[in-house]
Design a protein around this ligand. Structure first.
Ligand code: BG6
Length: 296
């Protein structure tokens, strides 16, 4: 379903039979809403989000490409999140049965302007799928379309903002005991200590070579998000906390309490493609009720 979003920006709504839905802006190919069958919003979107190019939309799932963070020649997190993508009118079929799956394929082609700031040729195809149980799948295929033998090297993240009741009551499982780069300390390398990750201050860490499954447990709402990833070895965890939140103009002062970014990413070692080569990176999200006592 094609419709107009904030400021008339085109967006697409995916719906699933039980009433789950997802909304995607062509601007940034950004998922801005993901709702379960009860109509509850599962992604955080800032009340102060600015839906005006070239500003990226604050919340949902921004795509960080071709550069994650500030390390590189481009603006922070690259340009994919502030370009208009096009809908593929004739998407290739699923390898398996397509029934019960709502999906859209969006394409980012490098414009001549982009080639000036980043001298590479690529095609980026993003498939966004809402599965029968309401699971949200994002699959990126990036191909090096260079004709002059040039390698394509990039870093990447699905910068997912999960909606949580109170971030200080949230626990993340699957990252304990791993090595991480601390973005708050010049990307110095540390090893995570302790049983599970909880939040009581600003955090901005790049966990390295993580398991493919990460759980985000919202104790207050009795909900567990399960993030599964493929082709993306790292995971970024970010919350700006109170002071940093005040310095972000498109984030409400208290918004940090209701969001947590856990991002399937490839940051430490860039992906390098030879001409004609394609890379595939997937993130799958599900949200399930969790039992209060066990936290599972
Ligand atoms: C996170 C980074 O992924 O994104 C942080 O690790 C950064 O360092 C945050 O501050 C938000 O970035 P932006 O550009 O959307 O404000």
């Amino acid at each position: 379903e094609h419709t107009a979003g904030v400021h008339g920006l085109p967006k697409i709504i995916l719906r699933e039979v039980r009433g789950c839905s997802a909304e995607v802006y062509l601007y940034g190919a950004q998922v801005t809403s993901w709702k379960n069958e009860h109509g509850e919003e599962l992604l955080f979107l800032s009340s102060k989000a600015i839906f005006k190019p070239p500003k990226a939309i604050r919340g949902g799932i921004p795509i960080c490409f071709p550069q994650f963070g500030i390390q590189g020649s481009l603006e922070q997190h690259g340009f994919a999140r502030n370009r208009f993508w096009i809908v593929d009118p004739d998407p290739p079929p699923f390898p398996t049965i397509t029934s019960n799956k709502a999906f859209v394929d969006l394409i980012l082609q490098c414009s001549e302007e982009d080639v000036k700031i980043w001298p590479h040729r690529f095609e980026f195809r993003l498939r966004i799928t809402l599965g029968p149980g309401g699971d949200l799948m994002l699959t990126s295929r990036i191909r090096n379309t260079s004709t002059d033998g040039k390698l394509l090297a990039f870093t990447f993240a699905y910068h997912t903002y999960f909606a949580v009741t109170d971030v200080s009551e949230v626990r993340v499982e699957g990252l304990e005991t791993l090595d991480y780069l601390d973005n708050l300390k010049n990307r110095e390398r540390f090893t995570e200590q302790g049983d599970a990750i909880t939040f009581e201050a600003e955090v901005d860490k790049i966990y390295l070579s993580t398991p493919t499954k990460i759980a985000i447990i919202d104790h207050e709402r009795k909900r567990t998000f399960v993030l599964r990833k493929d082709g993306l070895p790292d995971a970024v965890v970010w919350n700006p906390w109170d002071k940093k939140a005040k310095a972000i103009p498109d984030l409400g002062d208290a918004d940090y309490k209701h969001m947590l970014c856990v991002e399937a990413a490839c940051v430490e070692k860039p992906i390098v493609l030879k001409p004609g080569e394609e890379w595939k990176g997937r993130q799958e999200l599900s949200a399930v009720p969790s039992s209060y006592c066990s936290g599972q």
